[in-house]
Ligand binder design. Structure first.
Ligand code: PLP
Length: 454
């Protein structure tokens, strides 16, 4: 319609988008999303679309939740802003920190707030180095991340992350950051027993530590399940072995829980799902279900006792650290999650049901190795398959983008990561909505196959 066209014209004239291919954008015009309710969004043309990605992995409790809207408006009226600098504090931040102490694993009693996951990881980089200074080991500076890991878009976040297409811009990573391979069984673990591959992949960390010298290594950071890297579910034993290696060489273990935290895997935090105990956790996204920007760092006993007890000064903070409105929404969101028992529901009901339906897509000729973990899932698009042998597409085929377009047009948002197609739908999705979603994905796969045959 004319409205949409006018919005698109102004969009491409003035709005510089994050992570967008601007050539493609100005050729096609943006799809403008105007409304959300439950697990659905609507665009400016009136199309109703299932949001298979929860926005950007964040709208976990779905759209239109009155409890969250009310919490925001109440706090806006009472006190829209005050800061926690210089020994002041605000009630919603106090409440949120207390509530987080309840829902995080034992050993986490202290919480630092930021606006985003990226800033959470920037904060962690400074915290970790400050920690080793206080401990009298200032040489321990290097943080090891993983290829295709995603830890945000700030200078430190993008450096810790292992996205080469981000490193290429802006001279990244910054010094003092190293990377190891991701534990991607589909390519690197072919023909190996999963447990063997888990041990092997964790062993890459030990090799890197020995190469750099343990006396120079401060921490290892990883997402329990790599999200933006393509929903890479680690092999069994991987995280236990990573934890063992970190302890052996006295290296802090950081779990980036920005996606996995707050119920995505059917536990409050991803580290609980995989059974390891990090020293620090980054969180964001699901903490507010995306209704307000908020992130932060859960600081475990070891680092907290140094930073708060012995160090006492940590010269770091953002104007909006502990923003009252964002914190009030987070408190309401966590209480809503508790009231609805959403984490248990993902573990016992919705997660297993998504697995059942999503794995059925494995009989599609284009699909290899569909996998799920809680309420996230991924599959690989392949040119052909027989038994466990797959012929991959060429990168130039851009098969992921073709499939993504067919999903979009078929009323389901899926994300493409190379030849992987991934979803992370709202945790509140019903069985009927899972059926509808998987049906639309199958339709999009059929149309993708048709287009590629032509
Ligand atoms: N860490 C992980 C695991 C993420 O997935 C993301 C964002 O997708 C970030 C950090 C960055 O968070 P933000 O975009 O809020 O800065």
């Amino acid at each position: 319609t004319t409205d949409t066209r006018e919005l698109q014209r102004r969009d491409s004239a003035h709005y510089m988008h994050p992570f967008t291919d601007t050539k493609a954008l100005s050729a096609q015009g943006a799809r403008i999303v105007v409304r959300g309710e439950g697990v659905h969004i609507w665009d400016s043309e009136g199309n109703q679309i299932i949001d298979g990605m929860s926005g950007l992995w964040c709208v976990n409790m779905g759209y239109g939740r009155h409890e969250l809207i009310q919490a925001a408006t109440k706090q806006l009226r009472e006190l829209p802003f005050y800061n926690s600098f210089f020994n002041t504090s605000v009630v919603p931040a106090i409440e949120l920190a207390g509530l987080l102490a309840e829902v995080t694993p034992p050993g986490f009693e202290h919480f630092f707030f930021t606006n985003s996951g990226s800033e959470g990881n920037d904060t962690i980089l400074r915290m970790v180095r400050r920690y080793w200074d206080i401990e009298g080991k200032p040489k321990k500076k290097t943080i090891i991340g993983r290829k295709n890991g995603y830890h945000g878009s700030t200078v430190a976040g993008a450096s810790l992350g292992g996205m080469s297409y981000m490193h290429e811009q802006g001279d990244l990573p910054i010094p003092g950051i190293a990377h190891i391979e991701q534990p991607y069984a589909f390519t690197l673990g072919r023909g190996k027993a999963p447990e063997d591959f888990g041990r092997e992949a964790a062993g890459w960390l030990e090799a890197k530590i020995l190469e750099l010298g343990a006396e120079n290594v401060a921490a290892f950071i990883g997402e329990p399940v790599q999200g933006a890297g393509g929903v890479i579910i680690p092999p069994p034993g991987y995280w236990q072995e990573i934890e063992r290696i970190c302890r052996k060489y006295d290296i802090l273990l950081i779990s980036d829980e920005v996606i996995c935290g707050f119920g995505r895997l059917g536990r409050w935090f991803g580290c609980e799902y995989f059974g390891f105990k990090p020293d620090l956790m980054t969180f964001a996204k699901g903490v507010t279900s995306g209704y307000q920007p908020l992130g932060g760092v859960a600081v475990g006993e070891r680092v907290a006792s140094a930073l708060i007890g012995r160090g006492s000064d940590f010269n770091h903070g953002f104007t909006y650290s502990g923003h009252p409105v964002a914190c009030a929404v987070a408190v309401a969101n966590i209480r809503l999650m508790q009231r609805e028992g959403i984490v248990e529901r993902v573990a016992e009901d919705t997660g297993p049901y998504l697995r059942k339906r999503f794995l059925e897509l494995g009989d599609h000729p284009l699909v290899a190795e569909p996998q799920t973990c809680g309420m996230t899932a991924g599959l690989v698009l392949v040119r052909s398959k027989s038994h466990n042998e797959y012929a991959p597409f060429d990168a130039e085929d851009g098969v992921g983008m073709v499939c993504r377009r067919h999903c979009f047009e078929g009323g389901i948002i899926m994300r493409a990561v190379g030849d992987r197609m991934i979803i992370a739908p709202p945790l509140v999705m019903s069985h009927a909505e899972i059926d509808l979603m998987c049906g639309r994905i199958r339709g999009a796969l059929d149309r993708t196959a048709d287009e590629l045959r032509r």
